[in-house]
Write a protein that binds this ligand. Structure first.
Ligand code: COA
Length: 118
């Protein structure tokens, strides 16, 4: 996880999560398994979920891109693929796609996105 602080206040974070036992993460694992069967995911070293949040007033200033690059530096060699799910109605989907994430699948209301590290 990378956290950005300004004057002692947290204004943003970016994390990779392979550890939670939440239903969310179980769903991600199931979807990844299905995408593997379809041949849409070939990697074995997968980060099952990424999350990013930047305080509204600091958005669009390159912070999430910077935190992602720092996180990738810290986790070098650990993953071949980052995976995440974004709601189709999330207006920030475009920010992920501009940061290097690619759409690898979808269902009714969600898109499955991947960030290849190979
Ligand atoms: C998604 C989010 C983390 C992006 O953070 P950010 O610091 O604003 O992103 P950046 O400034 O690093 O921008 C990354 C790229 O996305 C683009 N971008 C960012 N916000 C955008 C917007 N609203 N519309 C279009 N493009 C946008 C930037 O221009 C940049 O692309 P570029 O390098 O080609 O110019 C932030 O908007 C956020 O916290 N949203 C609310 C929480 C959320 O929806 N998280 C995602 C679900 S996990």
């Amino acid at each position: 996880m990378v956290i950005t602080e300004k004057y002692g206040e947290i204004i943003g974070y970016y994390l990779f999560d392979n550890f939670s036992e939440t239903s969310d993460l179980k769903e991600n694992r199931q979807i990844i398994a299905k995408l593997k069967i379809k041949g849409l995911i070939l990697s074995e070293k997968i980060s099952f979920r990424a999350q990013a949040v930047v305080e509204k007033q600091y958005q669009k200033s390159g912070l999430s891109k910077l935190m992602l690059s720092m996180l990738l530096e810290q986790t070098k060699g650990k993953y071949d693929l980052l995976f995440s799910i974004v709601m189709k109605n999330n207006p920030k989907l475009i920010a992920h796609l501009s940061s290097g994430w690619e759409i690898i699948g979808e269902d009714i209301d969600k898109v499955y996105v991947g960030y290849s590290l190979l």
